[in-house]
Design a binder for this molecule. Structure first.
Ligand code: PLP
Length: 400
């Protein structure tokens, strides 16, 4: 009889995947369903990147590569950190993995012992919690209030730090809230961290290039150079270049940490895909104009979704600074009754109702640790978003 390990048995299947699977099944059965759950750009990978991958294949770059990234890609990553973030990393301070998710996993696997604490600002990207738990670490959730723009309050952070704190995971712009920190907004948070040398900083900069209204991107080690010796600056090509399926993520950090991460990688994936690394090299060194173009397109969608949501009585939505998610407050519909006589008791029930009544799949805030909210991923066409907003409006109007 199958028996999962204690570590894995304690974890559930991701709620986002469950909702996605249910919505996809409804669609297969002919339902008119709009899925706003997925965390990936709807754009295609730019042609020059695909061409670089094809060339790599033909050239015979189809073998194992150096364990944690080809020298050429590491050099391109070092140049990227310098160009975009003013951060200097040597090649032995850079790692490349099968997605930023593996970067995070490697780093936590390489550093966490059972009982070690990891501070996770909430709402969080679900994988932070699950990875920490799978490794026997203790997630310490610190709520980031809507009144504070879903950013961390330095006093709350101070209270959460203990002698056992190993890491804090900072993610700006954030999945799921879209909140981003300017250098000034990071300052008080980083000041707290300066006082606690046992705490390392995981800076998840995945959505760096999806930032709106002319805001300047800030990375923790850039804002506070004194923290660089205990910061892992994580990034990747998935979101920026619409390359989620290529599975390339990377990071810059202290050489000793990078080396320990390579040990983990050597016993899991051996190296990231050679072909994908060639593609990522082109992404980072080729024409970057695609970044700004796509960002403009995302901003247009954000503006429409935010104003559409705020026009619905009972829902309110702050304007996110980045990423491609809105995190709307649905407190105004909790306690209301559906046409079928069911009471909307929480954000999960609200999302279930939206899917069942009008065929719109969104994810409840509670899946990301903060209720009552729901996340829309607006990485889809304006037409589909317009349709979805009209449907949500209809569904909310039918509540009594
Ligand atoms: N970090 C955040 C905040 C994300 O939302 C994601 C993907 O959803 C990742 C990291 C991982 O991206 P990948 O593994 O595709 O590089």
């Amino acid at each position: 009889e199958f028996r999962p390990s204690v570590r894995v048995g304690a974890l559930g299947v991701s709620e986002i995947l469950q909702i996605g699977a249910r919505a996809a099944e409804m669609k297969r059965q002919g339902g008119n369903i709009i899925i706003l759950g997925a965390g990936e750009p709807d754009f295609d990978t730019p042609e020059p990147i695909k061409a670089a991958a094809a060339q790599a294949m033909r050239r015979g770059d189809t073998k194992y590569t150096a364990l944690d990234g080809t020298p050429a890609l590491k050099a391109a990553i070092a140049a990227k950190f310098q160009r975009d973030n003013g951060l200097t990393y040597e090649t032995n301070e850079i790692t490349v993995s099968t997605g930023a998710k593996q970067v995070l996993f490697n780093a936590l696997m390489a550093t966490l012992d059972p009982g070690d604490e990891v501070i996770i600002p909430t709402p969080y990207w679900v994988s932070y919690l699950d990875i920490v738990q799978i490794l026997g670490g203790v997630p310490v959730l610190v709520p980031c209030r809507e009144e504070n723009g879903f950013r961390l309050d330095p006093q709350d952070l101070e209270k959460a730090i203990t002698a056992k704190t190993r890491w804090i995971i900072l993610n700006s712009p954030s999945n799921p809230s879209g909140a981003a920190y300017s250098a000034e907004q990071y300052r008080p948070v980083l000041d707290v961290l300066l006082r606690h040398p046992q705490v390392w900083i995981m800076a998840d900069d995945m959505y760096e290039h999806i930032l709106y209204d002319g805001m300047t991107f800030a990375s923790p080690a850039q804002v506070e150079p004194a923290l660089k010796s205990r910061t892992l600056t994580v990034n990747g090509v998935s979101k920026a270049y619409a390359m989620t399926g290529w599975r390339i993520g990377y990071a810059g950090g202290p050489a000793a940490l990078i080396k320990a991460m390579a040990v983990v990688q050597s016993q899991t994936t051996s190296c990231p895909s050679s072909i994908s690394q060639a593609a990522a090299l082109e992404a980072l060194t080729g024409d970057q104009s695609v970044l700004a173009e796509r960002c403009r397109s995302f901003q247009e969608r954000r503006d429409m979704v935010v104003s559409g949501l705020n026009a619905i009585p009972g829902l309110t939505c702050q304007t996110p600074e980045g990423a491609f998610y809105t995190f709307a407050n649905c407190a105004g519909v909790i306690g209301k009754t559906t046409p079928d006589g069911a009471v909307i008791t929480d954000d999960r029930e609200f999302c279930n109702y939206l899917l069942a009544a009008v065929g719109v799949a969104v994810v409840p805030g509670s899946a990301f640790g903060l209720a009552p909210y729901f996340r829309i991923s607006y990485a889809t066409s304006m037409a589909e978003l317009r349709d979805a907003l009209a449907r949500i409006s209809r569904a909310v109007a039918a509540l009594s």
